[in-house]
Design a binder for this molecule. Structure first.
Ligand code: DC
Length: 227
């Protein structure tokens, strides 16, 4: 069973995807974390966020994911960078890096490979990102597109920063999210958009439990569920 959850930053994808996977005994694949690891690679190598920069740095980068129980860890060159990729610095550059064709080719191949492997081994995989239902797995069994009001998304993101020890003014977080949405939606390759066959969920007024139930109920209603 392949389940994709796409949507803009802060719409609730990752919390939902993680919990849905845990409830169903499936594996969670956070595709944004993989783009973040590549973005960290660009920052560390100090190369421009252009096709030339990508040609220089990509051959030297290795991004892997590994699982510790329910937790997905991201490795860059064998080093665990799961926490480093959540910094405001990475937030700032990741959207630029993810517009580059060479980066997307590398990531999509890896995501398909990992997704198929994990689904085979555990019966299912839940991916979240921007193009997981449109490009990575266009034949997914269930596609969800999550949206939420921008103020609510900024509030959630500000709280995540606060939990990581970063105090960032609300207006700044909101502006960053709006800028990232615009870039993710208007880029040439694999822009953020709802797949035609995706079900839309507006999480502005949803509890996490409601979001999770929404997806789990649809998985259980699928004709292949339990086969
Ligand atoms: O979900 P996130 O905020 O961790 O994603 C970080 C960035 O990575 C996002 O701004 C766009 C990019 N991304 C992408 O282009 N395609 C995906 N499938 C997932 C993320």
């Amino acid at each position: 069973m392949i389940i994709t959850i796409d949507g803009p930053a802060g719409s609730g994808k990752s919390t939902t995807a993680r919990r849905v996977a845990a409830q169903l005994g499936y594996v969670y694949l956070d595709t944004g974390a993989m783009y973040r690891a590549v973005a960290l690679g660009f920052l560390r190598a100090d190369v421009p966020r252009t096709a030339d920069g990508a040609a220089k740095v990509l051959p030297t980068l290795r991004v892997d994911v590994q699982y510790r129980g329910d937790t997905m860890q991201v490795l860059l060159g064998g080093q665990d960078v799961t926490h480093q990729i959540r910094s405001a610095e990475v937030d700032h550059v990741v959207s630029d890096v993810s517009t580059l064709a060479a980066v997307r080719e590398y990531m999509v191949d890896e995501q398909r490979r990992i997704g198929r492997e994990q689904a085979e081994e555990h019966g299912g995989v839940v991916l979240d990102g921007r193009d997981t239902g449109t490009v990575v797995f266009p034949d997914a069994d269930l596609k969800v597109f999550m949206v939420a009001d921008v103020d609510e998304r900024a509030r959630r993101r500000q709280q995540e920063y606060a939990e990581a020890g970063d105090t960032i003014p609300f207006e700044e977080v909101r502006a960053e999210i709006e800028q990232r949405d615009r870039q993710d939606r208007t880029r040439d390759i694999a822009p953020l958009r709802r797949a035609e066959d995706a079900v839309e969920l507006d999480t502005t007024d949803c509890t996490i439990a409601e979001q999770v139930d929404f997806v789990v109920d649809r998985v259980k209603a699928h004709p292949d569920w339990g086969t």
